[in-house]
Ligand binder design. Structure first.
Ligand code: SF4
Length: 196
């Protein structure tokens, strides 16, 4: 019997893992990454963390595209002095153009690769949780023209297209850190599809 044949008969991942994962925006677990003046928690969004940690679902922290592309100060040390939507609009513009746009594509492709791996091995991908109003990770709303507008952030839009290319559907929801009760309501059905 060939080695590969023997391998195929193994029951893969037959251990303690739940085989269920949820992908979350980086700043849900680490508010220290968020643009100056917009953090709502010292560390994680506690209510969401408690929700997921109390379940069998594994948490996958996605990269923070703005931190990777623009740095912690988003390329403007005075950014925090401006109204949030104005600063978000500046960030949206930078994230939409080169060189950030190329990095975003790479991040989205790496993420799709991870999602595909889980999917191909039969894992339950519960969803992706983004951050509404964000110029980058907004799902239902983003920031443009110094306003919060309906639409996706730059990263979520690219990710959506990459997922489509691979014929993968993953439920994607958006939350806001400063609306924790609403955030828990939004994310709960992904974590506990059958109410407990
Ligand atoms: S919303 Fe996205 S880009 Fe903005 S801080 Fe969170 S992870 Fe980073």
């Amino acid at each position: 019997m060939s080695r590969s044949k023997r391998k195929s008969e193994w029951a893969l991942f037959n251990d303690a893992r739940s085989k269920a994962v949820v992908f979350v925006a980086y700043c849900i677990l680490n508010q220290n990454s968020i643009s100056d003046g917009t953090a709502s928690y010292p560390g994680s969004i506690q209510e969401l963390l408690e929700l997921v940690c109390g379940s069998d679902v594994g948490i996958v922290q996605m990269s923070c595209p703005e931190l990777v592309c623009l740095g912690l100060d988003r390329g403007n040390i005075d950014g925090g002095r401006y109204p949030v939507l104005e600063e978000n609009t500046r960030i949206h513009k930078l994230m939409s153009q080169s060189p950030a746009a190329g990095t975003i594509r790479q991040l989205a492709q790496q993420l799709v690769l991870q999602i595909s791996e889980y999917r191909n091995h039969g894992f339950d991908i519960r969803g992706i949780v983004g951050v509404n109003r964000s110029p980058t990770c907004g799902v239902d709303t983003t920031s443009r023209n110094s306003q919060e507008v309906v639409g996706k952030g730059v990263f979520i839009e690219v990710l959506r297209k990459e997922l489509e290319k691979h014929n993968i559907h993953v439920e994607t929801v958006g939350i806001k850190a400063f609306e924790p009760e609403k955030a828990v309501k939004t994310v709960k059905p992904l974590i506990w599809p059958i109410a407990k």
